[in-house]
Write a protein that binds this ligand. Structure first.
Ligand SMILES: [Zn+2]
Length: 68
């Protein structure tokens, strides 16, 4: 058996992940990322999959109706 651990590709850019620690836990699996940038971009693209990042539910201000 080889002692080398297979490096998973970054879930965003596909580069081999050299440093562990930028993984994102999803309800289905853990996605590896090569850097914090890819991780944050992926989170931006995929919205709120991670329940850690619960944002305050700001009430959306309705746009002022322009009355003519
Ligand atoms: Zn990457």
């Amino acid at each position: 058996m080889s002692t080398e651990v297979t490096k998973p590709p970054c879930a965003l850019c596909g580069q081999s992940v050299e440093i562990k620690g930028f993984a994102l836990d999803t309800p289905t699996k853990q996605l590896p990322f090569c850097c914090a940038g890819c991780l944050s971009i992926y989170q931006l693209l995929n919205g709120d999959q991670k329940t850690d990042a619960i944002q305050p539910d700001d009430p959306i201000k309705p746009p002022n109706k322009e009355v003519y």
